[in-house]
Design a protein around this ligand. Sequence first.
Ligand code: DC
Length: 228
Amino acid sequence: MKKIIVAIDGFSSCGKSTMAKQLAHDVGYIYVDTGAMYRAVALYCTQNGWMDEDGMDVESIERNIGDIHLAFKFNQERKAEIHLNGKNVEHEIRTLDVSNGASRVSTLRAVRRELVRQQQMMGFEKGIVMDGRDIGTVVFPDAELKIFLTASPEIRAQRRMDELRAKGEEVLYEEVLANVKERDDRDQNRKESPLKKADDAIVIDNSALSIVEQQEILRSLFDQKIKL
Ligand code: DC
């Protein structure tokens, strides 16, 4: 059967990974969470003292970007987890601090260039569902199916807060909402590959959709593309 590339872009915390992961599972494709890659780079930069709340040591980050080795490996439940220089950091990268760091480090041209190169290699044989901010515009401008997923900032903040609280992180709704808005602003207004809808992307606003409903929409779009 014909294999395609599915590119899913959109704002932070709008459920891109849930959507992408489920589709990849259902159709037997590889799923790549590119946000996890930027998060892992941010973690590495923080651990090495090249980034803190006050700023970034851009020169050191650019000089050392080649030493950051990222890989996705399956855990026992067949869920892909990110490894940074051989160490599983899947849980460590899911905090609010790392979210902020990822949003900042992803503004750097050298970081984007390297991660985009790795992502393009992963999709070389197609049969891949990739989610991020620039997948349909920069990484795979020729992807057969492009989705731009969105939801209101308030709904996204609520979902994000529920997720963080479920993991035991004590956070306030206002804090999470401010973080969501700050990241939207940075993602949309950065100079390097800002978040924007590709001209040929299909917009799905899932503010009022259940996970099952959004999955049905995506699956039917996928099936149409496969038949072409
Ligand atoms: O999807 P996420 O929240 O895990 O992404 C973390 C940050 O990484 C987000 O602020 C934007 C950035 N990012 C990006 O610039 N390009 C991508 N393809 C994926 C994520």
